[in-house]
Design a protein around this ligand. Structure first.
Ligand code: NZQ
Ligand code: ZN
Length: 386
């Protein structure tokens, strides 16, 4: 295990009726910048509910609508302009994209630096407007972590950044708000959560039995819940399970004392920067191929995953063979949820592979911990994925 310090300051309000907590969390008379996406909250009625609560609090509301999936820097800058006036609080109502944009706006509104400069160099961040979240999509964990991912559409640089100032102060998680998420997005959310657990699980850190047990338990829950949920989207209990799993998969708990790997996420961000594919549609293509490529670095850990999580029986085979069957099963599982698992299924031609590799190393190489990767490795992984 690595030495670590842990603190997560986000207050979670989980369950039915928790939208009421806005009353305790938003001070009377606040000027709120309400950030949301392409309109799902209007169709579901949540927009009206949030407005009713804010009105009851005497809040002044300014809106930033239309945050796109894979949120763009230009949208963040629009939000910063709105927030730099008399706005006192930001409320993000949506999925990971909305929350991530709101985080970038929150830190930029309290800085003389441009948003992209802060993203490139988060040590410049010195504060943030208080940010609250009403989550509508179980996926990223952004509701309880200090991370945000923004695409600079000018340079095609989709970049994750983190700052202690970017934690939401509170997050309201009512599983009923996720009931309208369509089948494909629901499946992508489940895959994103699994990938977050796997990124921390498949690293080089040893003696992590506590973290490994948490990770394996969470993965087993998701493997049990996933097929039931995509077949029964209106099932509130399954939505509830998915929502808590998504938050726990990436709120820092599973990363305690570990390096994690995170190369698959770096490569996926290049895919969604260039082709604007949903994040976890890209992950379900990249991650199994990355596992194949990196498997020989720690075959015993992948074999353990295969046996304890993916139902592989060892039958006196080597770690390498057990690991290989595990990877095949993981790819089939994600496919069974309805996700693409090959690059061509995302309509990405193999002629794009060099460009994708170039975008993956924009932040320098090597990257990833289990098997440090350079540009040529990324090309090899994407060819395995094609
Ligand atoms: O924009 P609206 O109309 O709200 O529709 C969204 C969007 O089209 C829709 N949706 C969300 N909740 C819904 C709903 N539709 C119906 N009913 C609901 N209740 O779903 C679509 C996708 O939303 P989005 O927010 O983009 O999805 P997600 O939560 O998966 O976020 C993806 C973004 O987060 C980044 C990804 O790279 C991507 O940019 N990530 C952020 C992370 C973080 N901050 O910790 C970690 C992740 O690894 C990831 O990289
Ligand atoms: Zn992710």
């Amino acid at each position: 295990m690595q030495p670590f310090s842990f603190q997560n300051p986000t207050r979670l309000h989980f369950g039915a009726g928790q939208l009421e907590r806005l009353r305790d969390e938003v001070p009377h008379g606040a000027h709120v910048l309400l950030v949301y996406g392409g309109g799902s909250i209007k169709r579901s009625g949540l927009y009206d509910q949030v407005h009713a609560h804010l009105q009851a609090l005497g809040a002044v509301v300014t809106e930033l609508a239309g945050v796109e999936p894979n949120p763009r820097l230009s949208t963040v800058r629009r939000g910063v302009t709105l927030a730099q006036g008399s706005v006192t609080h930001i409320l993000a109502v949506g999925g990971g994209s909305v929350i991530d944009a709101a985080k970038a706006i929150a830190v930029s509104a309290r800085s003389a630096h441009d948003a992209w400069d802060l993203i490139l160099n988060p040590s410049l961040i010195t504060g943030a407007l208080p940010l609250g979240v009403v989550l509508t999509h179980a996926a990223t964990g952004s509701e309880m972590n200090p991370i945000s991912v923004i695409t600079n559409e000018g340079t095609l640089d989709k970049r994750g950044w983190a700052s202690a100032h970017a934690y939401p102060t509170f997050s309201i998680l009512d599983p009923a708000f996720t009931l309208t998420a369509p089948r494909d997005q629901t499946a992508y959310g489940l895959i994103d959560m699994m990938s977050h657990v796997l990124e921390d699980y498949l690293d080089t850190t040893t003696n992590t039995p506590v973290q490994d047990a948490w990770a394996e338990g969470l993965l087993r829950v998701l493997i049990d819940t996933g097929p039931k949920l995509v077949a029964d989207l209106g099932n509130l209990e399954l939505r509830e399970t998915a929502m808590l799993a998504g938050t726990w998969a990436f709120n820092g708990a599973l990363a305690m004392g570990k390096d994690g790997d995170w190369a698959s996420h770096r490569i996926e961000h290049a895919l969604s920067a260039l082709h604007d594919v949903p994040h976890a549609a890209g992950l379900s293509v990249v991650m199994p191929a990355w596992m194949e490529y990196a498997a020989q670095e720690r075959p015993e850990k992948l074999a353990r995953l295969a046996e304890r999580v993916l139902g592989v029986h060892r039958m006196e085979r080597s770690d390498a063979l057990v690991a290989r069957e595990g990877i095949t099963r993981l790819r089939s599982f994600w496919r069974s949820l309805g996700a693409p698992t090959r690059l061509h299924e995302l309509n990405i031609p193999d002629t794009d592979i060099p460009k994708l590799a170039e975008l993956s190393v924009l932040r320098g190489e090597p990257f990833g911990n289990l098997r440090p990767l350079g540009r040529a490795d990324v090309e090899a992984i994407l060819r395995l994925a094609h």
